[in-house]
Design a protein around this ligand. Structure first.
Ligand SMILES: Cc1cc2nc3c(=O)[nH]c(=O)nc-3n(C[C@H](O)[C@H](O)[C@H](O)COP(=O)(O)OP(=O)(O)OC[C@H]3O[C@@H](n4cnc5c(N)ncnc54)[C@H](O)[C@@H]3O)c2cc1C
Length: 342
């Protein structure tokens, strides 16, 4: 365990933003974490996983603690399920592949989401019709102030759309140490998502398997999203906003192509990407594919903000603010950022 000083965070965030951390250290278990937290309890602390859901807007004048708790182990199993405890520092996609190899079902639709297991409950990661909530059993987290380990069940986590208790009332209070998943021994395939069905047909898949679903999702994601190794990004920058049915019908009468899906509660979730695409920095110019300096919106998906090379976090943040205002002015809808602004 070594504390480094004044180090660049560029290799530690998928936007590739070059800011500095005053102090930086890795931890591999709860004891190391606890020692590091007591190093100087007055310092601001940033817990880091894979850095794929953060935008660093300035130097961090505190200590960055990178979670490297590893290990995947079966806690117990019954006829239907296997309960798998996974260290927060394990790479998410590697964990997905590990499950697929063993024919444990539930995580396959979440293939290729960047980042680590520890951050997955933070925003209840989701893709292609599945959310973490669907396979989550419990987690252990370290309470920074009280210096004790607490277990959170599914209901304790208060999962919502890209939300959990860790982003709201317990923000900054806990460090997630490990997550236990409840996975099916006899998988049930979820191919309800249109693009997934089409890709499986295109691939000529005759018999569904976890591997076929995962491969199809990898193909779709690779064709739609920029690879952070090539173009800095953090995936969807904004959440898809939900509005009342009345507001949706009013908008539909003015914008007949507006994209919306009814939620179970009767509200309507709008496609943030579509809203952003209809707006721009000036009349007749769309945000989609827009570039100012090295900050911009991805040409294939306006919802993804990108760092083409050396953009500053503040430039990307300012761009996100302009986008937010333009959508508000045109549609009266307020977008919320999905990415954590640091
Ligand atoms: C190309 C691309 C595609 C993406 N697609 C999706 C998608 O389909 N669905 C989706 O939901 N997300 C997606 N994301 C976002 C991102 O991958 C997820 O949010 C992921 O879970 C972030 O993990 P991370 O380890 O990188 O978190 P980080 O960015 O390191 O951290 C995110 C937040 O969680 C906190 N945190 C991290 N680890 C811990 C811990 N152990 N304890 C307490 N706090 C912690 C951090 O302080 C920070 O506030 C995408 C990102 C990219 C770049």
């Amino acid at each position: 365990m070594q504390i480094q000083e004044n180090i660049s965070l560029k290799p530690y965030n998928s936007f590739g933003i070059d800011t500095k951390a005053k102090f930086f250290a890795n931890f591999r278990d709860t004891d190391e974490l606890s020692d590091l937290l007591s190093y100087n309890s007055k310092l601001d602390t940033l817990i880091l996983g894979g850095g794929s859901n953060i935008l660093l807007t300035k130097d961090f004048d505190g200590i960055v603690l990178k979670n490297e708790i590893s290990g995947i182990r079966v806690l117990h199993e019954d006829n239907e399920y296997v309960y798998v405890k996974t260290g927060a520092g394990e790479n998410w996609h590697n964990f997905v592949l590990y499950c697929i190899e063993r024919n444990w079902g539930g995580v396959e639709n979440l293939s290729l989401i960047p980042g680590n297991v520890g951050a997955s409950p933070m925003q209840n990661i989701g893709a292609y019709g599945v959310e973490l909530d669907d396979i989550f059993w419990d987690l252990q987290a370290y309470h920074i102030k009280e210096k004790k380990v607490v277990t959170f069940t599914r209901s304790d986590c208060e999962f919502g759309y890209r939300e959990s208790v860790f982003k709201k009332k317990f923000k900054g209070q806990f460090v997630i140490l490990d997550v236990t998943f409840q996975l099916r021994k006899k998988p049930r395939f979820n191919t309800s998502y249109g693009a997934l069905e089409h890709e499986l047909i295109r691939m000529g898949v005759k018999e569904l398997s976890l591997k076929a679903i995962s491969d199809a999702i990898i193909n779709i994601r690779s064709s739609k999203l920029p690879d952070p190794k090539t173009i800095g990004n953090a995936g969807s920058f904004f959440k898809n906003p939900s509005i009342s049915k009345e507001q949706y019908l009013m908008l539909k009468s003015s914008f007949e192509n507006i994209v919306g899906f009814e939620n179970i509660e009767g509200t309507v979730k709008l496609a943030a990407g579509w809203l952003i695409e209809q707006c721009g920095p000036s009349n007749g110019i769309s945000w989609k594919g827009f570039r100012r300096g090295d900050a911009g919106c991805y040409a294939k998906q306006a919802l993804v903000l990108v760092n083409y090379d050396n953009a500053k976090g503040k430039e990307l943040y300012d761009l996100s603010e302009e986008i937010l205002q333009s959508v508000k002015n045109k549609f009266g809808v307020t977008l919320e950022r999905e990415v954590n602004i640091i």
